[in-house]
Design a protein around this ligand. Structure first.
Ligand SMILES: *Cc1c(COP(=O)(O)O)cnc(C)c1O
Length: 475
């Protein structure tokens, strides 16, 4: 031990000091192109890393060439934002880890208008007095869903918590055991219920729940019957689910309101476009749901938001609830949501202009032509070490929507001479515009469904960079 410590102390003494690094001739180009505080911070950070490596007993190279190259890399990294654009070539349309829904151009413009100056966010221009931020979208939501009243918050998790806190605090909420879902780890219905102070009453079995199960559980303490969309899984086989119609018939008979956590907010019937199985919010309400909550950035294709639509007398206490202030939506998302909802006034326009919808409804022929166009463009720009081939495949909706849906698509297989499939996958995540594809049966694939038009120059750049680093021999 003592010997090792002595060797380390000796090695630590050889690590250059900041001033010495600054004085090296090799540092001149970096010194000329960066501000001194930036340069000092980068050098200190590199030297700290070298010191910890020595203490860990790792072999450390502190030659001038090596240290200068590390400082250069550190400066590059510091000048790159942490939250960056990536090319989603995974084929998962609503990819939660990649930011869910890309916004329509109209939503992007609305964010720009709302952010560069002041707005009437909470100012009633007609009356010249204080207003509320919720008026900008309430009418639109009612128009598009048939609801009497609506409210928006930060996300659907917040919408569920606010609704349960307002309508069921200290009382019972009846839920089917088949619907106690977990959405992405931190949102679990039983835990959300606990947070809101409502008491969960589970009924039925995982695969089968009947109207009589709800009926038997209803008593004076019952505040709500809750239906939760099983967004990210499907129960198949010997199953029975109580419909919203049946729940609301029971609710009317016993005077208990019915709430639906719809998860993905689907505002138009997608069945004519080949996507069956998702009820619209209008249909839930028409079937008798008293309150429906849903996300703004899943199937709806807008910004992160939680939307609550339903009976006026049930939404009113939510508008007055003290939690609303903590869960409120910010003005940029609100601007984007209003612009996205406006597009839904014309269904064909919504399908065309909302990227999530246009990607989901793209036909196999559209996608095949798209793959040909992308292949042509890439082949003109890439070196011979990159081989590209088109093949058929399947994409999925993602984002806890339509878990069983598989959409026929066109894939581009990428090979780079001298590189393994894993090296290609990794290499493309480290380019200046990272590309996320997928590995399937030992092939690296790009799904053209989720590659946006404005991604194309970045995709070509990334593949060029990956080819240069992977077949360039510096692996
Ligand atoms: C996605 C989802 C949520 C959470 O919505 P966020 O907008 O991500 O907060 C809640 N419930 C269901 C059923 C969902 O699918």
């Amino acid at each position: 031990m003592i010997k090792v410590a002595t060797v380390q102390k000796e090695t630590l003494r050889h690590i250059p000091k900041v001033d010495r690094v600054l004085s090296w001739d090799l540092m001149a180009p970096l010194a000329a192109s960066h501000q001194r505080p930036e340069l000092l911070a980068a050098i200190r950070s590199v030297l700290d890393r070298l010191r910890s490596a020595v203490r860990n007993g790792d072999p450390v190279d502190f030659s001038e060439e090596r240290v200068v190259s590390l400082v250069g890399a550190e400066l590059d990294q510091r000048s790159t934002p942490s939250l960056r654009e990536v090319v989603n070539a995974s084929g998962v349309v609503i990819h939660t880890n990649l930011g869910r829904s890309p916004l329509a151009a109209a939503a992007e413009e609305a964010i720009h208008r709302a952010s560069r100056g002041y707005s009437n966010l909470e100012f009633d221009l007609a009356a010249g007095e204080r207003g509320t931020r919720y008026v900008h979208v309430e009418g639109l939501i009612c128009e598009l869903t048939g609801a009497e009243a609506a409210l928006v918050v930060n996300n659907n998790a917040a919408a569920v918590i606010l609704a349960l806190s307002s309508l069921a605090q200290g009382r019972d909420v009846i839920v089917s055991r088949g619907e106690l879902v977990e959405i992405g780890g931190s949102f679990r219905i039983p835990e959300v219920m606990l947070q809101s102070g409502a008491h969960l009453v589970e009924v039925g079995a995982t695969n089968r729940t009947h109207p009589r199960d709800y009926r038997a559980a209803i008593n004076d303490a019952t505040a709500l019957l809750l239906k939760v969309h099983t967004s990210n899984f499907a129960v198949v086989g010997f199953t029975a689910e109580v419909t919203v119609e049946e729940m609301s018939a029971l609710g009317r008979e016993t005077g208990v309101p019915v709430m639906v956590d719809a998860g993905s907010g689907c505002l138009i019937d997608l069945a004519p476009y080949g996507i069956a199985g998702e009820s619209t919010i209008r249909r839930y309400l028409a079937a008798g749901a008293d309150v429906v909550t849903f996300s703004g950035d899943k199937l709806l294709g807008g910004p992160q938001a939680g939307i609550i639509a339903g009976r006026r007398d049930l939404v009113a206490p939510m508008k007055r609830h003290p939690l609303l202030r903590a869960l409120r939506m910010d003005k940029l998302s609100l601007a984007a949501l209003e612009a996205t909802l406006r597009l839904y006034r014309d269904e064909r326009r919504a399908i065309r202009e909302i990227p999530t919808l246009s990607m989901l409804t793209a036909t196999p022929a559209d996608l095949s032509r798209r793959a040909d166009r992308i292949l042509g463009m890439l082949r003109r720009r890439l070196p011979k070490t990159v081989t590209l081939a088109k093949q058929p495949g399947e994409s999925s909706a993602g984002g806890g929507s339509l878990p069983l849906l598989r959409l026929p698509t066109s894939l581009i297989e990428v090979r780079i001479a001298g590189a393994s499939v894993q090296q290609i996958e990794q290499g493309l995540r480290r380019t200046s515009i990272p590309v996320v594809g997928r590995i399937q049966r030992d092939r690296f694939l790009l799904d053209v469904r989720t590659i946006l038009d404005h991604d194309l120059p970045g995709l070509a750049l990334a593949l060029g960079e990956a080819a240069a680093s992977l077949s360039g021999g510096d692996q």
